[in-house]
Write a protein that binds this ligand. Structure first.
Ligand code: CA
Length: 227
């Protein structure tokens, strides 16, 4: 079932939209100010955002810009009372997918929602949001890790360590480099935390992709070694 986030501060319109969408099999949530919209829209369970431009707090333009700036890929349909061609152009350039002018007919909005959701299901995830080496796929937006089509749970630190190794695949990374890139500078360089976390990762990934290079550090193999 698709979840639609309704960003609308006018209760009458929000409730009209909720009723209509629910009657058509959608799940809905309502956000009534800009900050709330951003938090809720970044929730991965939201499939589409209906965005009123005239919101209290952050207005619709700011919301749009911040969401796209943070890599949110969900389809966004702008709702606006302003019947102005300039709004339309600016909205689409600012990252909106479509535009509906108030007052609108519910059927028209529904048709646009369905179209956007259909298009979305056909679109592959853009390359930069996924890091894929061999059998491991990191989704950099949802922070999900899939190994041989199975999801693997990693902690935030494990994820960053794996991402770093994968980005530098084929290169030897010293412990110091990994400490700097993954943990920042405030770690004791004598710490064995890198080795400990490599151990966690190897166990969870259940493969030999992270190779120990004696006396030097670790290297993420570009291809699997059999046996
Ligand atoms: Ca409004």
């Amino acid at each position: 079932m698709n979840r639609i986030l309704i960003a609308e501060d006018e209760p009458r319109i929000a409730s009209f939209l909720e009723k209509g969408l629910r009657a058509n099999g959608f799940t809905t949530s309502v956000a009534t100010d800009g900050d709330q919209v951003i938090v809720m829209a970044l929730d991965e369970n939201v499939d589409l955002l209906l965005l009123d431009l005239g919101l209290p707090g952050k207005d619709g333009w700011t919301v749009l810009e911040e969401l796209r700036g943070q890599g949110a890929m969900l389809p966004i349909i702008i709702l606006t009372a302003r019947d102005d061609i300039n709004d339309k152009v600016a909205g689409l350039e600012g990252g909106a997918d479509d535009y509906v002018t108030k007052p609108f007919r519910f059927e028209e909005l529904l048709a646009r929602i369905r179209l956007r959701l259909r298009n979305r299901q056909r679109e592959p995830l853009p390359e930069e949001l996924e890091l894929r080496v061999n059998e491991i796929v990191l989704n950099l937006r949802t922070r999900r890790v899939v190994v041989q089509n199975k999801e693997v749970e990693l902690s935030a630190r494990e994820f960053t360590l794996l991402e770093t190794l994968m980005r530098h695949r084929g290169q030897v990374m010293s412990r110091e480099q990994l400490l700097d890139l993954v943990w920042g500078y405030d770690y004791d360089p004598g710490s064995n935390i890198v080795d400990v976390y490599v151990g966690y990762l190897r166990k969870k990934l259940d493969n030999n992709l992270i190779e120990t290079v004696r006396g030097m550090g670790y290297r993420f193999r570009e291809s699997l070694v059999k046996g």
